[in-house]
Design a protein around this ligand. Sequence first.
Ligand SMILES: Nc1ncnc2c1ncn2[C@@H]1O[C@H](COP(=O)(O)OP(=O)(O)O)[C@@H](O)[C@H]1O
Ligand SMILES: [Mg+2]
Length: 510
Amino acid sequence: MNRQEDRNSAIIGSCIGEATPERVTFISKGVPKVGEYVVLEYDGRKVLGMIEALVRGSVSITEDILDPSDVERIKRIEGDIDHYIKGTIRILGDVDSLMIPRIPPPPGTEVKRADDGVLQNIFGNNGRCVRLGVLLNHPNVPVYVDVNSIISRHLAILAITGAGKSNTVAVLVDGILRYGGCVLIFDMHSEYVDTRFKHGDVNPIETKINPLYLSFPELSKLMKIGEKAYIQERYLRMAYNETRERFLKGEISVTEFFSSMKKTLQEYLRTDQYKKDKNSIMGVINKLDELLEKYGFILSFSAPDVVDTLKLGAANIVDLGCVDEEVADVVVSHFLRRILQERKNYKMRGEGLRFPILIVIEEAHILAPKDRDTYSKYWISRIAREGRKFGVGLCLVSQRPKSLDANALSQVNNMIILRLVEPSDQRHVQAASEMLSDDLLAQLPSLNVGEAIVLGLMIKIPALVKIDKFEGKISGGDVDVVDEWRRLHFQEKDSVKREHEELKQLMGDW
Ligand SMILES: Nc1ncnc2c1ncn2[C@@H]1O[C@H](COP(=O)(O)OP(=O)(O)O)[C@@H](O)[C@H]1O
Ligand SMILES: [Mg+2]
């Protein structure tokens, strides 16, 4: 191909009609794709744009035809129907600086396919990036995202079930481990516990809380002492402080903590001075019993503080697959509080959690729901707001974005949105991200597994990305029910057959 032909093959169409500095309409003979990058030359610069919307039409077969036989007649007369493709291009900026020119492209400007070199430059690795995949419409161009931006501006991974969220998490985590980073995953479905990462180990973290690290407000929340139950709170605080003092003096052992606290409360019942508050004290005792009944199995005085168990260069995984949502909420909120607190301590006093961390929260709509208060929601919001200063990043993963707390979502600057079908989910996501245009939004239902719109400060310009397939193993995913039944069925048949043969042999021996 000579240079002239090469130039012509790169031309897809021309700008038409009225344009703004951000958007222009174009017309084309070929069939470009939504999400494809194009280059327009005007005002002495090369400007990059992305095709956001496309329509296909014909001048002869128009919408005012009401009789199908008319279409047949036109087709007979015209032979091949002459069609056109009309679309809009979102202008992303000068190919070098990505600054948007202040003037719109003039009508007639040629629309050229962006060459791979230009795109590789934009989506390449600056030495602090993780590879996510390749551009959907330019498969020779790898896409990297900036890790610093993910930690400081957080990330949401949103899509329907089966669209590839967990695969994306695994690709991202492996990339972070390559830098010797630290990730903590709250694994709601025991998906990641057996995962093998190429660049780091898995460090399982016990789903236990040491009551000694519980704060008083946490204890009182766990015991469901209402915010306005001042009297109950006062007696709980008195009993808690007395017991703590006795423990610190070595008068009671750690395992006697709660029984000793209960005894202290029972003594209050017998004290004349507190007689008037008898019902409140009884209430506290009942709530303490309920606490031990409900959460006793996650409370362990021998459990280390979570901050001491986190490993650098590893995927630290809290397996929450075997506990119910309420217990998961208690564990997650406690761990989030300890991590934020110890990162603050480290920044201020040089003591505490030494390294920055990315916290992945699967099923984020359960832990930070829109219409209910949970313990975790409070700490997720706190980290979303303050985490940036202390190197604590959040990655919220959800298949029901519309049920996710809008406040937390609006603090998240980076998004990876895979297939998303429900309009209410899409609107909720759009409300939280000014970068998601109507045209990009319209792409969401037609994405295939592993295809995503990637937006935010972690990437220089929005992109449609085919996420890499994670090479290690993730254990989650749907169970093959039929296979399980079949296996058990044959196992049973096998054992009946074996019993039969054993019996036959026994009879023979006789
Ligand atoms: N980028 C991808 N390339 C190839 N296969 C993928 C990709 N993403 C996901 N898959 C496959 O699709 C299935 C569902 O992916 P998963 O990540 O578990 O979805 P989700 O977490 O959204 O429910 C898995 O079998 C996975 O291997
Ligand atoms: Mg998943």
